[in-house]
Ligand binder design. Structure first.
Ligand code: PMT
Length: 399
């Protein structure tokens, strides 16, 4: 069955000669089992009739915020859709959307839509290359909208070059890829740990570390984007996941993290342990602020429970366990030892010896080591992209 089956697609058509291709696009979407509602700007109706699109989509076509004495509820349409596709998107509507100018049904619905938005521009060569257009495309991408790249070929003006709207088949492929991706981990439940732990010394001081939580949060978001149910156990971090579907339990100490993680792991299919957990904690945390006395002071530290090792011991045959190794020297040897000792299926090595890797940076550089010591090295990337590599590796572990 196509990944588009049962999906609700809003198609926004603007005034370009490429609007004629929208008829094939609607036909292909319907054939793939999608439900389609079409919105058109007034200019688009000069190129293709609403009647054609209403017939193909089997739905009324909306060309204005109000028609006759009825109001077309753009807010409702924006909430109805699983995806909004703007094809063809002219330079004018692109500019309006990029600046939030809301003077037609497509702009009004775009601003109300909570679903992913895909846009397939269509314009002449020089318009496409103009810095204003490039800036507007960049703005839409910055809002999280996905560009479906223009094609190259003969344009309506007779010029040859970039600017043609992507073919309907290519647009359908992008959409099916999106929905297939979004369902690829459906039915899986994954525990993620992230952030530092704070081990109290007294009511005002603690032993902590420099973890921001960025790496683990990016992994939680990526898992959720692929349809997994995600339980994130997050140490003291100023950050939160960007996807509202991620369930978060905030904890302070290693023991609190241990309790939260061991409680949910039994219900999970996998765990990814990105937290920087303190190995030791003060044997006693003072009830009152410790006063300055004498030239020296000693703190007696005792071992914290090892979450990864505990989960490794109880791991069932269907469960997969991914740990991290944060090293400053002998990275590979230490990571291999942790992989075996904690009964992990995979370990993610990151080394503070690599510039831009480890704590707090937006980037990381990782090496994946699996059982049997199979090694894969990756370049320095944004943590969001590193999360994609790690979740791909988890999917490979499930085969
Ligand atoms: O949060 P960021 O600023 O984005 O930084 C990301 C990170 C550097 C914290 C992350 O990429 C990372 O390396 N996390 C693991 C840090 C760590 O504590 O490594 P470790 O080598 O000490 O621990 C090995 C593994 O055992 C880790 O999966 C750790 O979560 C786990 N562990 C360790 C101790 C403990 N008591 N319980 C554990 O579960």
């Amino acid at each position: 069955m196509s990944a588009l089956h049962g999906k609700k697609i809003l198609l926004g058509i603007t005034g370009s000669i490429a609007a004629y291709k929208a008829a094939s696009l609607v036909r292909l979407l319907i054939k793939a089992g999608a439900e389609v509602q079409v919105l058109m700007t007034a200019a688009a109706t000069d190129f293709i009739t609403p009647l054609t699109l209403a017939t193909l989509s089997r739905n009324k076509v909306h060309t204005d915020v109000a028609s006759g004495d009825s109001w077309n509820n753009h807010v409702e349409m924006g909430l109805w859709a699983d995806a909004m596709v703007l094809a063809p998107l002219t330079a004018t509507t692109l500019a309006k959307l990029s600046h939030g100018i809301c003077d037609n049904i497509i702009a009004a619905t775009y601003l109300s839509a909570r679903c992913p938005v895909f846009f397939a521009p269509a314009m002449d060569l020089d318009m496409w290359k103009h810095p204003a257009t490039l800036e507007n495309v960049g703005r839409l991408k910055g809002f999280g909208n996905q560009l479906i790249p223009v094609g190259t070929g003969e344009l309506a003006s007779g010029l040859i070059g970039e600017g043609r709207m992507a073919e309907p088949e290519a647009i359908v492929k992008v959409l099916s890829g999106h929905f297939a991706y979004a369902q690829s981990l459906k039915g899986k439940r994954v525990l993620v740990t992230a952030g530092p732990t704070y081990e109290p010394v007294d009511p005002v001081r603690f032993i902590g570390n420099r973890s921001s939580g960025k790496m683990g949060i990016a992994i939680a978001d990526e898992l959720n984007a692929r349809g997994a149910a995600v339980h994130l156990v997050l140490g003291p971090s100023a950050l939160s996941p960007s996807r509202p579907g991620v369930e978060v339990t905030r904890v302070g100490t290693a023991r609190e993290m241990y309790k939260a993680a061991t409680e949910v792991f039994g219900r999970c299919d996998a765990a990814v342990l990105a937290a920087a957990v303190a190995d030791y904690r003060p044997a006693e945390a003072a009830d009152q602020k410790i006063k300055k006395e004498g030239e020296e002071m000693s703190l007696r530290l005792i071992r914290n429970p090892d979450i990864a090792a505990a989960l490794g011991q109880t791991k069932a045959a269907h469960q997969r366990l991914i740990g991290f190794a944060l090293e400053t020297q002998n990275g590979l040897e230490n990571a291999k030892a942790k992989l075996a000792r904690k009964n992990l299926d995979l370990i993610v090595l990151n080394s503070l010896a690599d510039t831009g890797a480890g704590f707090n940076h937006d980037t990381n550089k990782i090496t994946l080591l699996s059982k049997g010591n199979k090694k894969r090295e990756f370049e320095l990337k944004f943590k969001t992209a590193v999360a994609v590599d790690i979740v791909n590796a988890l999917q490979d572990l499930w085969g």
